[in-house]
Design a protein around this ligand. Sequence first.
Ligand code: PMP
Length: 421
Amino acid sequence: GRRVRTEHAAAQAPVRKQPGFSDLPEYKQVVMQQLAGQQMGMENPFYRAHEGASGATALIGGRSFDNFASYDYLGLNHHPMVLARASEALQTFGVSASASRVVAGERTIHTVLEEKIADVYDAQAAVCFVSGYLTNVAGISSLVGPKDLVIHDEFIHNSALAGIKLSGATRRFFKHNDTADLDRVLKTLAGDYERILVIVEGVYSMDGDIADLPALLRLKEQYGFWLMVDEAHSLGVLGETGRGVFEHFGIAAGEVDIWMGTLSKTSCSCGGYIAGSEALVTLLKAQAGGFVYSVGLAPALAAAAIASLEILKAEPERTHQLRHNSRLFLDLARERGLDTGLSQGYSVVPVLVADSLRAVQLSNELHADGINVLPIIHPAVPEGLARLRFFITSAHTDEQIARAVDRTAAILGRLEQEKFG
Ligand code: PMP
């Protein structure tokens, strides 16, 4: 039966030739880029493996580095209480939640974490997902569909873009942090859709500037839309007690419909969350594919996030120290004539260096000097806007910061001289 039919079909139609992965033009381009770097004698700055817990310092290849490449904003990644709570949870619950929470993966520790997250935003409820990336993909795609409109800041994170694409909603962007441009988009399109979702970030991940929340809320009042704020880089960073962009502006958290964040930065764990109304969270838990059909957050990761949220609340001085450190970095960098772009001196400070090649060279030379900071190059940012991205943490010392700025300015100055000299 079956075999005969297959042979018969093969005789009629020529077999389609499926390309091998190594035949793909995308693959060839990746290889070409790597070769080009090698031919110019450049070491690949990516995928350098760290040999221990990374925060203000990192151990790489047996050598200790001043580290500006890890998200650990409040220096909690090897805090004794975080470690103790994580290992306690490991002993109690085992490594994995072992199932989707809907079926058999619900653990008591998930509720504890979600109450703590809701508490940050004075929200009725919160739900966590296994990654920040997945949170945006699953969250956005389950709230809007083909009849709806999503308008986002042009610098929004890739995970939010993926969520919008998956939703099938009409997508429009507005110029970065330009609420007049958002107003223009809303004016032309708002009447045509039932649901409108506007997505911004509290602190922008590549530029380190802050969303104009008051202006966004005025537009929300005028047009009516759901406002979603991705707080990945602002939890623990903005506001007197690190609660984020709403605290920074002195605005009630309830003004924003959808608070999204990750557990991988200040919370030194892995996972993401959405906080808001009871109805929002109920809806997500019922229909967000990335929640329903994915394993529950690993208990030890939930425990680490709980501990770090407790420390954040109990020790606001960490947030203050981070602010001091970021401000110091920004001030020194500006004094030395470095181009810090739009950064307002919170958590993320980029140093723009024009082209990708220069960014890689600078990163490698800093590495040789014992400073670990990674280049962000095309396609993560447009060519011409390549940069080194410094993640500042509360655990950096003034000396580490001063040396990093000094070496960056000195090396960049020399590279530029070599080019023109
Ligand atoms: N949103 C933003 C703004 C981010 O910068 C990131 C990642 N750095 C994410 C979401 C995804 O979070 P995660 O890395 O925790 O998956």
